[in-house]
Design a protein. Structure first.
Length: 157
């Protein structure tokens, strides 16, 4: 449940550095795409073994394989408030396997905010973590405003 007060605070430059996710970079698609009332932009993609506070094991989680962490900008381009949920987003690997965001990793990586309403015109950045096998090569990300929207797929490389 990747979202947001933490991401908004971090974007403003006053968030705690203990929730910063670092790792090896994977090329990301820089252009913005839309689904429903959301405009999405992939900011960064990295791989890490743990998210949360590295100094406090009670506030972090370790991947079964590796976390592919996607920093995603989201802007509400609709006319009313919309709620973003990580569970509607899907990572696809080079073999066509699909992975849902890790709710537990997203909670630890975003200070426990399960979802967030985004006001019209407002934007924020969230981090989505997908727990995948170690040798997985992420190739695409399907982004959706809701579980019933068609979604839009962006290439990660």
């Amino acid at each position: 449940m990747a979202v947001a007060v933490a991401a908004m605070v971090a974007a403003a430059g006053c968030g705690p550095s203990s929730t910063t996710v670092t790792g090896t970079g994977i090329a990301a698609q820089p252009s913005a795409v839309r689904d429903g009332g959301f405009e999405f932009g992939v900011q960064d993609v990295s791989q890490v073994h743990q998210v949360g506070d590295p100094k406090d094991p009670a506030l972090s989680i370790t991947a079964k394989g590796v976390f592919v962490v996607v920093a995603l900008s989201i802007r509400n381009v609709g006319e009313g408030p919309l709620t973003f949920f990580d569970r509607y987003q899907t990572l696809i690997d080079s073999s066509g396997n699909q992975y849902s965001a890790s709710m537990a990793a997203d909670i630890y990586g975003n200070l426990g905010i399960p979802s967030t309403k985004i006001a019209p015109g407002a934007a924020l950045v969230v981090r989505l973590a997908f727990d995948v096998p170690v040798d997985t090569k992420p190739t695409n990300l399907t982004l959706r405003q809701s579980d019933s929207s068609a979604g839009v797929t962006v290439a990660l490389s």
